[in-house]
Design a protein around this ligand. Sequence first.
Ligand code: ATP
Ligand code: MG
Length: 201
Amino acid sequence: MSATEREKRHRDRMQRKKAVVDAAIARAERDQGLLLVLTGNGKGKSSSAFGMAARALGHGMQVGVAQFIKGASATGEEAFFRRQPGVRWHVLGEGFTWETQNLARDTETAQRGWAVAREMLRDPNLGLVVLDELTYPLKYGWLDMETVLDDLANRPPMQHVVITGRAAPEALIEAADTVTELNDIKHAFRAGVRAQKGVDL
Ligand code: ATP
Ligand code: MG
C-alpha cells in the first residue's frame, strides 16, 4: 500500500470514528447528580475519589468527605483538603475491624457516622460527597443497606456522591450510575515495600 493510500485509509477510519463519538456526545445531553462506586482489590479507589474532590473544588463547588475507616496514619489528602475552604471533612470510623474487635462498638460508631453522612446527603450546598470506605460497614452489617440506599436516593438531584471500598455490595452497584472495579495486578507492598508518603498515604 502506498503512503497516500495509507493516509486515505487512516482519514476514512478517523472520520467514521468521529461520527460515532459525535453521535454519542450528542445523545448524552442531560445533567444530573451521579452516584459513583469505586471498588475492587487494586490500588486507586480513594485517591481517585479525592481527585474528583480536587476537580469539584476547582470549579468552586463545596465538598463533603466522610471516612468510614480511619487508617493508622494521617494521610496527605486529609492534611491538604482540611486546609481548603469549601471542604467538610469527617472521620466517622475508628479503625479496622480486626483492630477494634468489638461488634457492638463498631455498629454504634458506624450508625453515629451515618447520621453525619446523612446530613451531608441532605445539604444541596455540597456538590460532591465522598463516602470513603463505606463498603466495609455495609459488608459487616453495621449499617442497614436499605437506609443507606434510601438516603442516597433522596439526596439533592444535582449532588454527586462517590463511594469507595472493596467488595461493594450488589445493591449498591445496582443503584450506582458509574461503577469501576480496580483490578490488583501488582502491588509493591507484596514485594516488601511499606506504604509510601505521596503514593499510599
Ligand atoms: P488509594 O488510597 O491508594 O487510592 P485504595 O483506596 O484503592 O488505595 P484501600 O483498600 O483503601 O485502597 O487501601 C489503602 C491503602 O492500602 C493504600 O496505602 C494502598 O496503597 C494500599 N493498597 C491498596 N490496594 C492494595 C493491594 N492490593 N495490596 C496492598 N496494599 C494495597
Ligand atoms: Mg481506600
